[in-house]
Design a protein around this ligand. Structure first.
Ligand SMILES: [Zn+2]
Ligand SMILES: [Zn+2]
Length: 275
């Protein structure tokens, strides 16, 4: 695998044979050669989002080596990777800050007005086709912003005198570099867990599990009282501090009561049986 910042392997675009000088390139998953995004047929990736390198890419040379079928001429393959909310929001704020700077308030964007709208508009490009669109995804966005602050996102509460405004904590970092940093942190955290023999799931675990697709076991394992509270609240600014809930739809509110009742009923029954 190639490291960040062009590691030790190829630094030359396999299509135009000139040097790749920034992070706007894709790595072929088969030959591991790199290709400028500007050298792709339409000079862009699907969705044309700036800094978007989160694809499983197969270059034209490798596609041509595959057995060809049909009359369609062979072309590059770009398959969207499954990306955590942290990177979705990084991509979003990165694009907003470059393309829509005028919308910002001192460089900060509003999570609902700008961020949610951007994700919504680009949903089909950002998420893999199998990703399920959860009803509570707006709450997940505000949760992921607060949860990854101040490491990745900076709140504009002091500048904008209002909650809900955000910008990238390190605006100079490309989404590719943010991913590298994020993966490094994950690795360090994993090592730390092993060292301290901490349980696999801790209060920080949800930022690594943020995804629109189901993470059944993770979601169940991380279910907390705060999440239970979040479920009861309407999605609003007030939710911004709540931990995002990324698993299955929450059980109905009355379910615990039912469980409790049925348990006590069972207990009552067994007691009456034993009597
Ligand atoms: Zn090139
Ligand atoms: Zn290739």
């Amino acid at each position: 695998m190639r490291g960040n910042a062009l590691g030790k392997q190829a630094t030359t675009c396999d299509y135009c044979h000139t040097t790749v000088e920034d992070d706007n390139y894709l790595d072929c998953r088969i030959c591991e050669q790199i290709v400028h995004i500007k050298c792709l047929p339409h000079a862009s990736t699907p969705g044309d989002l700036l800094g978007d390198v989160f694809f499983d890419f197969t270059c034209i040379k490798c596609v041509r080596k595959e057995p060809q079928s049909g009359v369609e001429p062979p072309k590059e393959r770009l398959v969207r990777q499954r990306i955590p909310w942290l990177l979705v929001l990084t991509l979003t704020l990165y694009n907003l800050s470059i393309k829509s700077k005028g919308l910002s308030h001192h460089g900060y964007f509003h999570w609902r007005t700008h961020i949610i709208s951007f994700v919504n508009k680009n949903w089909n490009y950002i998420f893999e086709p199998r990703a399920r669109r959860r009803k509570q995804w707006a709450g997940s966005v505000s949760g992921a912003l607060s949860h990854n602050s101040p490491e990745y996102f900076q709140s504009g509460v002091s500048v904008c005198t209002e909650t809900g405004w955000w910008k990238l904590a390190k605006p100079h970092l490309t989404p590719r570099s943010v991913r590298a940093e994020y993966e490094q942190r994950l690795l360090e955290r994993q090592l730390l867990r092993t060292d301290r023999r901490l349980p696999v799931v801790d209060e920080n675990s949800c930022d690594s599990d943020l995804s629109v697709t189901d993470h059944l076991s993770d979601a169940q394992a991380t279910a907390t009282t705060e999440e239970a509270v979040e479920r009861l609240l309407p999605v609003s600014e007030g939710c911004a501090r709540a931990i995002p809930y990324m698993g299955r739809p929450p059980p109905a509110v009355e379910q615990p009561a039912e469980l409790h009742n049925s348990k006590s009923r069972r207990r009552g029954m067994s007691r009456s049986k034993s009597m």
